[in-house]
Design a protein around this ligand. Structure first.
Ligand SMILES: *Cc1c(COP(=O)(O)O)cnc(C)c1O
Length: 405
């Protein structure tokens, strides 16, 4: 092919054309250039538990996982995932047939959609959504049908009637995420029960991204123990739900890219069919380390959550003091804010993109405009997301800087 004929058509195929470089790349580059504090991308600035790092070193030294691990994941990790689901949720999975280890939750999402969606199938996703959802649906040839979470009484709420109306005869699956990034919404027991009823009624598959399962914060209103409710635990759901977890989020090792899927043997086999031609396998030695991490005592999970809760409270208070309307998250490590209360001149007229592009110069902080997570960009325009998975002194510094607004 000559260069000119190559250029006759865009190089990037049609399925991916709408997805340029992610906003995270742009904003992280901006943070580096301006020396701003990066509360944009959601990665912790401290590593997870020392003993888990040591477990990875041991695995490397002992020659465990340095060559291709088994396709479904090493047995130690599959067993640990099954034991984790049983211990925390009372859900029993067979480690040999109902657990699949993936290259992070990202691959689990992509493989699930590539495996389960035919071109033309509709996939319902909660908007705003994690950025890889749209691209994975597109790669699978599916049609994305967003159902928008709307702010009400300090929380982004799923309208169950809107969800019900979004289901058509072409709907193949619901792609859910709870706790929800970027809004911090945790679907309630009642909401999950309704979603389950709908999925059973309309015979839908559900892929549920629960990577923030251990970041559900105390419910101060009723004093209950914070607990994640997996959708798979609702009546009729275990047999139609693909549940996704990640060591990146639960143990603060986002660079290790260890995730997992739990589901029925049939669904796991389907997802594995796609997964084997994506990475085949990944993260060999880290899989052994994550197996040990999943077996950590409850005290690890409690202090991880309480530590993040304190960070949430610190940054929420700082953002409120700076003039933002804060949607205090019930889960995840993100806070969504509304910039409009800052006033038209200081909020850039409520344009989150313009606001975030100017924020490093104005206040030395980087944030992400939520509009990038929307199909209906105007619905997300005034919202801006801050990550609080950072050291306390970094958050305190950011809060100080934001006073400049
Ligand atoms: C971070 C994140 C992921 C990706 O997890 P990895 O294990 O790093 O691939 C998936 N879903 C949501 C909602 C996330 O925030």
């Amino acid at each position: 092919m000559t260069p000119s004929s190559m250029n006759a058509r865009p190089l990037l195929n049609r399925r991916l054309a709408e997805f340029g470089t992610t906003i995270f790349a742009e904003m992280s580059a901006l943070a580096v250039r301006t020396g701003a504090i990066n509360l944009g991308q959601g990665f912790p600035d401290t590593d997870g538990p020392e003993e888990v790092r040591e477990a990875a070193v041991r695995a490397l030294r002992d020659g465990r996982g340095n060559q291709y691990p088994p396709g479904p994941g090493v047995p130690e990790l599959r067993t640990a995932v099954a034991e984790h689901q049983l211990r925390h949720y009372g859900l029993a999975y067979d480690p040999d047939r109902e657990v699949l280890v993936t290259a992070g939750a990202t691959e689990a999402i992509a493989a699930s959609l590539l495996a389960l969606v035919e071109p033309g199938d509709e996939v319902i996703a909660l908007e705003p959504y994690y950025d890889s959802y749209a691209a994975s649906i597109a790669l699978a040839g599916g049609t994305r049908v967003p159902v928008t979470l709307r702010p009400r009484d300090g929380r982004f709420v799923l309208d169950l009637d809107e969800l019900r109306d979004a289901v058509t005869p072409r709907t193949r699956l619901l792609l859910l995420n709870t706790p929800h990034n970027p809004t911090g919404t945790v679907l309630t027991r009642e909401e999950l029960a309704e979603i389950a009823k709908l999925a059973v009624e309309r015979d839908l598959l559900v892929v549920t991204d629960e990577v923030y399962e251990h970041l559900v914060f105390t419910d101060e209103t009723d004093g209950t123990t914070p607990a994640h409710l997996p959708l798979a635990s609702f009546p009729g759901m275990r047999e139609r739900t693909v549940s996704i977890g990640s060591a990146g989020k639960t143990f603060s090792f986002t660079g290790w890219k260890v995730g997992w899927v739990t589901s029925t043997p049939e669904l796991v086999a389907a997802v594995r069919s796609a997964k084997q031609y994506l990475t085949f396998v990944a993260s060999g030695p880290f899989q052994y380390a994550v197996a040990e991490a999943l077996a950590l005592p409850d005290s690890y999970f409690t202090s991880f959550r309480e530590d993040m809760r304190a960070k949430r409270d610190l940054l929420s208070a700082g953002l409120t003091a700076a003039g933002f309307e804060v949607y205090r998250p019930a889960g995840t490590y993100f806070i969504t804010t509304d910039i409009r209360p800052l006033g038209a001149d200081r909020s850039g007229g409520g344009d989150g993109f313009a606001f975030c592009r100017a924020l490093p110069e104005r206040a030395g902080v980087v944030a992400i405009p939520n509009a990038v997570f929307y199909d209906h960009r105007e619905a997300g325009a005034p919202f801006v997301r801050f990550a609080f998975c950072k050291r306390t002194e970094v958050l305190a510094d950011a809060v100080d800087r934001l006073k400049a607004l």
